[in-house]
Unconditional design. Structure first.
Length: 489
């Protein structure tokens, strides 16, 4: 499907807002947008559009292709083909064909985004061999940065004399109009974020995710993702981009404080490398009360729920990293963020943890937590998890299977001890419930090696070190028949 006429018109008008003096020069192009023929088709005469890729490296040099046979030195460019969705994707296709630079090797610039840096008008001589008459090209020139340094070039070589690549400084660029605009620009060849997304959490271990529409042609259709989007020419900053996107997607969602968290790289719908500034912010509202104007729904999810969702691995990793960082700061396990001390008169919701007590021939099952774990790394602990929107026993049954492959029937579970613990003064209290399973199926296996390095049966009079303190307290309570322990109060 060729580029839509409206998209081309928007590109031209955006360009003319920056260069109003060129309106007269582009009158033919503006007229062609209202003509019957497709302005992107090479059969449209006496003029039609072409696309060029202006590729800039970190030394502020522009890629040129030297055609030895004819002596021409040109930036990669050519006609728009039927399968090109936009003039920009035509430029990406051409630079891949001519130089072997794939879209993932390139990224947009914050200054020009998807708009052309230059529109050049040049005459094309008649070609008597094909019967093509004299006509004009309106060449839309899109600027890109190299995303990861210099890729290995694979030059198209269809001429007897061959071709070679040249990287030229701005003042050596062949095209006079492009050269002038490059010299007048602040382009430096160093990629910067052009998209912004919001990592919104409630301060208690849950993250707000957006189920996107399952439409072709949008980013991550039908998947859960963060709210956010791409920068537009009128945005004064990336935070302004994000706040505009939030207002457009979810009117009424107010996140007062947004803090830059990390810059991630993703692949855009055109295959381009897209640096994204991730902002973190806290909000504690009910997403069902918001008016969602884009996508299907908004929901809170804990990190432990992410494996059930259709979402990118990058998004899953991002949420888990933020949860681990928050837990490290606040002294709790990942996915259960400790809040600051509440203001007077405000209630504090306790975190509910569930723990599996398995006994076999006088030995108890413990797991060695991964040393990189934000909570109790390198220590021995119960198989454990945090309650989501589920019963405590339902959580225990789920965690036992997810973490160790153990199948436990809810009827075979009984509560044997509870530890009410505060890790440090002012931190959020945690109600740690320990359940005994009288029967189970399966042998403990490492299903989440990023969390647990080993499962092992330990004699209760010879427990390993280091061991999580409240785990030892719970085991002591179970042995003595005590049902409740307080720690840290």
């Amino acid at each position: 499907m060729p580029p839509a006429r409206t998209d081309i018109r928007d590109l031209v008008h955006t360009y003319l807002e920056r260069h109003p003096a060129e309106r007269r020069l582009l009158q033919g192009l503006l007229a062609s947008l209202d003509a019957a023929e497709d302005p992107a088709s090479r059969s449209a005469l006496p003029w039609h559009i072409t696309s060029t890729a202006v590729v800039i490296d970190r030394d502020r040099r522009v890629l040129h292709i030297h055609h030895k046979a004819g002596g021409l030195v040109l930036t990669p460019g050519g006609h728009v083909e039927t399968g090109d969705r936009t003039p920009l994707t035509a430029a990406l296709r051409v630079v891949a064909e001519e130089a072997g630079i794939e879209p993932g090797d390139l990224c947009l610039t914050p200054q020009f985004l998807r708009s052309p840096i230059d529109i050049d008008v040049h005459d094309i001589d008649a070609d008597h061999a094909t019967g093509e008459p004299t006509h004009q090209h309106y060449d839309l020139r899109f600027v890109f940065y190299l995303a990861h340094g210099h890729p290995e070039l694979a030059l198209q070589d269809q001429e007897a004399g061959g071709v070679r690549a040249e990287w030229r400084a701005f003042d050596q660029v062949v095209s006079p109009t492009l050269r002038a605009k490059l010299l007048d620009s602040s382009l430096n060849g160093r990629p910067k974020p052009v998209n912004a997304s919001a990592l919104i959490h409630d301060g208690a271990g849950r993250y707000l995710l957006h189920l996107r529409d399952n439409y072709p042609g949008i980013w991550e259709p039908g998947a859960f993702a963060l709210l956010g989007g791409g920068r537009e020419p009128g945005d004064t900053s990336l935070e302004a981009t994000l706040r505009r996107e939030l207002a457009e997607e979810v009117p009424g969602l107010d996140v007062p404080d947004l803090t830059p968290f990390v810059v991630e790289q993703a692949t855009g719908i055109d295959g381009l490398c897209t640096p994204i500034q991730i902002w973190a912010g806290q909000w504690n509202g009910d997403p069902d009360r918001l008016a969602l104007t884009e996508g299907v729904l908004l929901r809170w999810f804990s990190p432990a729920m992410l494996h059930r969702l259709r979402l990118s691995l990058a998004t899953r990793d991002l949420v888990q990293r933020h949860a681990a960082q928050q837990a490290s700061t606040n002294g709790g396990p990942p996915g259960a963020l400790a809040s600051r001390a509440p203001a007077a008169g405000r209630s504090v919701l306790n975190v509910i943890g569930v723990h599996l007590y398995l006994e076999d021939d006088g030995r108890v099952l413990l797991g060695l937590r991964h040393p990189d774990s934000a909570y109790a790394g390198g220590s021995w602990h119960f198989l454990a998890g945090h309650c989501e929107q589920e019963s405590a026993i339902g959580c225990l049954v789920r965690e036992a299977f997810e973490e160790a492959g153990l199948v436990i029937a809810p009827a075979d579970v009984e509560l044997v001890h509870t530890v009410h613990v505060v890790d440090s003064p002012g931190e959020r209290p945690r109600m740690q419930m320990v359940f005994r399973a009288r029967r189970w199926k399966g042998a403990p296996s490492l299903r989440e090696p990023d969390k647990c390095l080993a499962w092992r049966w330990w004699p209760q009079d010879d427990l390993p070190e280091p061991i999580v303190p409240y785990t030892r307290a719970a085991l002591d309570g179970i042995r003595t028949g005590r049902l409740y322990t307080e720690m840290g109060w």
